[in-house]
Design a protein around this ligand. Structure first.
Ligand SMILES: NC(=O)c1ccc[n+]([C@@H]2O[C@H](COP(=O)([O-])OP(=O)(O)OC[C@H]3O[C@@H](n4cnc5c(N)ncnc54)[C@H](OP(=O)(O)O)[C@@H]3O)[C@@H](O)[C@H]2O)c1
Length: 245
């Protein structure tokens, strides 16, 4: 089995990589930075591609090469975990900035959609292929200050629904909200200007009260679900509602 993970250098993505490697699954990670040093027992199963996924030209060049096809060659099962994302720009209309909006959409929407398309093209011979878009509760509930972020994640949800309808042979897809996970992105949430993000105090309280899920615990549940027979029975799901899967 082989897995491609975006945003593999930190946070939830790095924890997903560690979990997959521990299960003896070969991983190709994509991020701007390398992940921290991996345990020697698993490091040989990890390959890194240094890529800015918000740079559409760089992504197109990478996809035009053969790295993905070479990586998945010979696999009986292949996984794509579209995890890389950005919260920015945070705030109401009038101060979001066109460049920041475009960057968020390139990273949070264009890159996962392009990677999903290339993954399906590269895995035509693979009998079992699975895609996870890491979505968010913000795709399904509206939060002041997060209009761009929420719209980008809602786009992933609806992409998964559409792909599900396509019924591509051997392909399953799910846009999965992971819950509130203790990563750099959560620190960024708590560091938001309260004038731009009125819910900040609620996220500060979640951290203070120990209510955040650790990246390792979230990754363990996510990978178990991803590898299970139940995966993607519905194209949109929330990990917190799947504990009984
Ligand atoms: N944390 C939460 O509570 C939470 C809740 C709901 C959904 N999510 C979603 O879960 C996913 C992971 O979030 P996280 O909390 O782990 O975030 P994080 O701590 O900010 O990590 C983000 C990851 O994405 C990569 N990334 C960012 N910009 C990139 C770029 N331009 N090109 C390539 N890779 C890039 C980063 O790697 P480099 O910096 O090395 O490029 C890093 O590995 C995101 O899609 C997020 O929206 C998180």
């Amino acid at each position: 089995m082989k897995a491609i993970v975006t945003g593999s250098s930190r946070g939830l993505g790095a924890a997903i990589v560690a979990r997959l490697l521990a299960r003896k699954i070969e991983v190709l990670g994509l991020a701007r930075q390398q992940p921290p040093t991996l345990p020697p027992a698993t490091a040989a199963r990890y390959t890194h591609a240094t890529l800015d996924l918000a740079d559409t030209g760089a992504l197109e060049d990478w996809l035009a090469g053969s790295a993905m096809a070479r990586f998945v060659a010979g696999a009986e099962r292949a996984l794509l975990i579209n995890n890389a994302g950005t919260l920015q720009p945070v705030g109401p209309l009038g101060g979001q900035d066109a460049a920041a909006i475009a960057r968020a959409i390139r990273l949070n929407v264009s890159a996962p959609l392009a990677l999903a398309d290339a993954f399906v093209a590269a895995t035509a011979q693979v009998r079992d292929r699975r895609i996870v878009h890491i979505s968010s509760g913000a795709a399904r509930s509206a939060y002041a200050g997060w209009s761009v972020y929420g719209a980008s994640k809602a786009a992933l949800d609806h992409h998964a629904r559409g792909v599900h309808e396509d019924a591509v042979p051997g392909l399953r897809i799910c846009a999965l909200a992971p819950g509130v996970v203790d990563t750099d992105m959560q620190a960024e949430v708590r560091g938001s200007d309260a004038a731009h993000f009125p819910m900040r105090a609620r996220f500060e309280a979640l951290k203070r009260d120990g209510m955040l899920t650790s990246p390792a615990a979230c990754a363990a549940q996510l990978v178990d679900y991803l590898l299970s027979a139940d995966f993607a029975r519905t194209p949109v799901a929330d990990l917190r509602a799947l504990s009984g899967h």
